[in-house]
Design a binder for this molecule. Structure first.
Ligand code: NDP
Ligand code: GDR
Length: 343
């Protein structure tokens, strides 16, 4: 069993590689040539020196590299997790996002079509494709209405996966995954920004956490469980599209409160809109404030997914509650900050 995981330096790539190695796969994990390649996640999981993990330099935007990747590894499963994945950045870099997050997937689909159409392909689709939601909760049949260049690019890749399934019989599975978080989440995303900042505030190393829209509601699950769902999608009898979600939604504000609770800070909210503040009731200090620079030109207000199809077809179910997930993340960040390093 040989699998390619694009984007192994990211959160999901690291967890998926760990899962596949534990199942006996040989894993080809791709990383980009950058000035300082960052393998901290696979190091933290203790798999960076695993004998069956091969790190391969690769850029998703290069078709010839995609063909060579398929040829040289002879992999039978490809998990396409690589993307410009930050929604906020996609407004600043819409073309780069389209090239990587949209067209990049087609490079891999073309490589599969050319090299070996029997290869099974997983596309990392996203709840951002629902955007301005057309139904609550969202399922595989809910209409799409993306609200960012990232969401639009992902929708293109999603439909191309389905198109290659229908046109060429390629086993292309698309996982519409709702937000999933972990101690390995990048610090640009709101949950990890919150847990890392609250850890620093608790340790007296930061005065204040600044955030954008506190009212946005998200369906947050645990990343380690979601990569299991990706694997199950490629073991199914037929290629299909599946939603993975927890069916619970909370605001960004609620997540801040949970993170404070995890370190025994009693947070009180006052004010509204740009004036809203979170106050540490023990000291009376403002520790959370709104900064409009973190607002997005167009926002996704509410996401909540129904993963009934994945439960019934794949036997997949989320287990970790948001309270546990948040505590796990805060504790990891407290530990990292105490040790004097934090990625
Ligand atoms: P990350 O941002 O943590 O990881 C993205 C990965 O893609 C990184 O390894 C990055 O490499 C790599 N990458 C970026 N550009 C390229 C490129 N041109 N060529 C090759 N590799 C590239 O994302 P996550 O792990 O959180 O998410 C994994 C996938 O799932 C992404 O496609 C994301 O859009 C999607 N998704 C994520 C969800 C979530 O909640 N986490 C929900 C739904 C979908 P580098 O380190 O060099 O930047
Ligand atoms: P999202 O995740 O856009 O849902 O995309 P992110 O954590 O960036 O934002 C979630 C919500 O929080 C609001 N927000 C802030 N966000 C960030 N990053 N920083 C802030 O300071 C801040 N303040 C408020 C945002 O406006 C938003 O409403 C993630 C990514 O992993 C995508 O790749 C993936 O496809 C989707 O989840 C599902």
């Amino acid at each position: 069993m040989k699998a390619i995981v694009t984007g192994i330096t990211g959160q999901d790539g690291a967890y998926l590689a760990q899962l596949l190695l534990s199942k006996g796969y040989t894993v080809y994990g791709t990383f980009r040539r950058t000035s300082s390649v960052n393998f901290w996640r696979i190091q933290e999981l203790g798999i960076d020196r695993h004998p069956d993990l091969h790190l391969v330099e690769y850029d998703l935007t290069d078709l010839s590299a995609s063909i060579r990747l398929l040829q040289s590894t002879e992999a039978s499963e490809v998990y396409n997790l690589a993307a410009q994945s930050f929604v906020g950045v996609s407004f600043e870099q819409p073309l780069t996002t389209a090239e990587i997050t949209g067209l990049g997937a087609v490079n891999l689909l073309e490589a599969i079509r050319i090299v070996n159409p029997k290869v099974r392909f997983y596309q990392a689709s996203t709840s951002e494709m629902f955007g301005k939601v057309q139904a609550i909760p969202q399922t595989e049949t809910t209409s799409f209405y993306p609200r960012s260049p990232y969401g639009v690019a992902k929708l293109y890749a999603h439909w191309m996966t389905i198109n290659y399934r229908e046109s060429y019989g390629i086993f292309g599975a698309s996982g519409i995954l709702f937000n999933h978080e972990s101690p390995l989440r990048g610090r640009e995303f709101v949950t990890r920004k919150i847990t890392d900042s609250i850890a620093k505030i608790k340790l007296g190393r930061l005065d204040r956490l600044e955030l954008g829209n506190l009212d946005a509601k998200r369906d947050w699950g645990f990343a380690k469980e979601y990569v299991e769902g990706m694997w199950r999608m490629l073991q199914a009898d037929e290629p299909d599209t599946f939603v993975l979600a927890t069916n619970r939604t909370e605001t960004v504000r609620d997540f801040v409160s949970l993170a404070c609770k995890a370190v025994d800070i009693d947070l009180k909210w006052k004010g509204a809109g740009e004036e809203e503040q979170g106050i540490d009731s023990a000291t009376g200090k403002v520790i959370v404030a709104v900064n409009p620079k973190f607002y997005r030109p167009a926002e996704v207000d509410l996401l909540i997914g129904n993963a009934a199809k994945a439960r019934e077809t794949l036997g997949w179910e989320p287990k970790t509650k948001l309270e546990e997930l948040c505590r796990m993340m805060v504790e990891a960040d407290l530990h990292r900050n105490e040790q004097g390093f934090s990625f």
